[in-house]
Design a protein around this ligand. Structure first.
Ligand code: ZN
Length: 184
């Protein structure tokens, strides 16, 4: 996995891109938390001894887009109950929370270690990687992360995720400002 901080960076960047409307604190917090939630399966792996390759094991069902869809329905129902069912805004939120949560499994599939991600769970338990895996896999334990390896991983994620995310946000802001100016 990339580190939890890096999954949150993806969410925070997505929050900046979401739209030019004013965003609430609730929205910002959910944007940072949702992309990290799939890694809750590490708890089962490290403390409940659920095998890695199990349906609920690390990088299993919780890392799939299917789970991301369920989580997004849950988030919108609980945190945005006032949005009318099937309204545009509700769909927009549902799609947004789906995408940022699903980004987790996709980012993990770009890492160079572990056993792949069950991207098509629950339909198949096969584990997948992308053909190109530039991201260093992060150690699962905190102890492992606090070693020299943790620093190598962070530098690698900075290059492959933080910097591109930053540029996407800046680029989008420039395009939006331009549209605003030309719209007047
Ligand atoms: Zn993960």
């Amino acid at each position: 996995m990339p580190t939890a901080i890096t999954h949150s960076v993806i969410g925070a960047s997505a929050a900046c891109c979401f739209s030019s409307e004013k965003k609430s604190l609730k929205f910002q917090i959910l944007s940072i938390v949702c992309p990290v939630i799939p890694d809750a399966d590490v708890i089962g792996y490290l403390w409940l001894h659920i095998p890695y390759s199990h349906f609920l094991g690390h990088r299993g069902f919780f890392h799939s887009p299917f789970f991301a869809a369920l989580l997004s329905i849950f988030i919108v129902s609980v945190f945005y109950p006032k949005e009318a069912a099937f309204s545009n805004q509700r769909w927009k939120y549902a799609l947004y929370f789906f995408l940022i949560t699903a980004s987790h499994g996709l980012a993990d599939a770009l890492t160079n270690g572990g056993r792949g991600v069950a991207l098509l769970s629950p339909f198949t338990s096969a584990r997948y990687f992308f053909p190109w895996t530039p991201i260093e896999v992060s150690p699962l334990s905190i102890k492992g992360f606090l070693s020299r390896r943790g620093l190598t991983v962070l530098i690698n994620e900075f290059i492959w995720i933080w910097i591109p995310s930053f540029f996407i946000v800046i680029l989008l802001k420039i395009i939006r400002n331009k549209n605003k100016v030309s719209g007047h």
